[in-house]
Design a protein around this ligand. Structure first.
Ligand code: NI
Length: 256
């Protein structure tokens, strides 16, 4: 079995959403965690999670939303957090790749959502692009110890990874590991399996040999295969450990 800890299965991305879900469930992927990132996708993630037993939602406002989010939007997020099947806050974080002109606004939004995670004991799913130092400093300062989470599409150094492990963070590994000449594979080799979960980030970051096409959760099998090769482990063991890590992190009711 596999758990896709990070995907964006919504009608704006797929006009055959239910088929995409079915294909995943028929191909070894047993649990999907749909990550919202704005008001619309949060709402749809909750609706989809309510429709399928083994789909869960995390909700939050992505850093690209930072300039648009008002107090009322955070109140709405807080109300939605109480809903059944909402298991975490994310994707939230910092993204200085697209713009670093609103760093302070991004940081403020990130911190407010971490404080909500603290208040409601929800784990977090964190996006960090070209902002790893600030991400670390904010998590270290504001996240309470019992709140854990995933650094989605981890792409930084081993040294930083060790610091994040001390904060209770796991690493989301996705399609990038299958790309030619990717730099993260050497880091992953040295990270213990107990800190790794798998993700597709569908519809983005499609693994090789389908890079360029639209990603889907059932391609998670290709990522598991690559991780098994990288770690010189049996693929079934990789599936079992990464699934157990995800189920334990979110305290999901699923026997592995
Ligand atoms: Ni994402």
């Amino acid at each position: 079995m596999l758990v896709d800890t990070h995907c964006h299965i919504e009608s704006d991305n797929y006009n055959d959403k239910d088929d995409v879900i079915k294909r995943a469930f028929n191909n070894n992927v047993k649990i999907l965690i749909i990550n919202g990132y704005d008001k619309k996708s949060n709402k749809e993630a909750i609706e989809t999670a309510n429709k399928y037993e083994n789909i869960y939602a995390t909700i939050g406002y992505h850093p690209s939303e930072a300039d648009k989010i008002a107090i009322d939007d955070l109140k709405l997020l807080e109300e939605q957090l109480m809903m059944n099947k909402v298991i975490g806050i994310g994707e939230i974080g910092l993204d200085y790749y697209w713009t670093n002109e609103n760093k302070d606004i991004q940081k403020e939004l990130f911190i407010k959502q971490i404080l909500l995670a603290n208040k409601y004991n929800k784990n977090i799913i964190v996006h960090s692009r070209d902002a790893i130092e600030d991400t670390y400093e904010i998590l270290k300062k504001y996240k309470k110890e019992s709140v854990k989470g995933i650094l989605h599409n981890y792409s930084s150094s081993l040294e930083m990874a060790e610091k994040f492990i001390k904060l209770g963070m796991l690493f989301g590994i996705g399609g990038v590991v299958t790309f030619k000449n990717n730099k993260i594979i050497e880091v992953i080799k040295k990270i213990s399996m107990e800190y790794i979960v798998l993700e597709t980030d569908s519809p983005y970051l499609t693994p090789d040999p389908y890079r360029g096409k639209k990603n889907e959760p059932f391609y998670l099998n290709l990522i598991a295969n690559k991780l098994a090769e990288t770690k010189a482990k049996d693929v079934n063991e990789v599936c079992e450990i990464t699934s157990r890590n995800a189920v334990t992190l979110f305290d999901l009711n699923y026997k592995i």
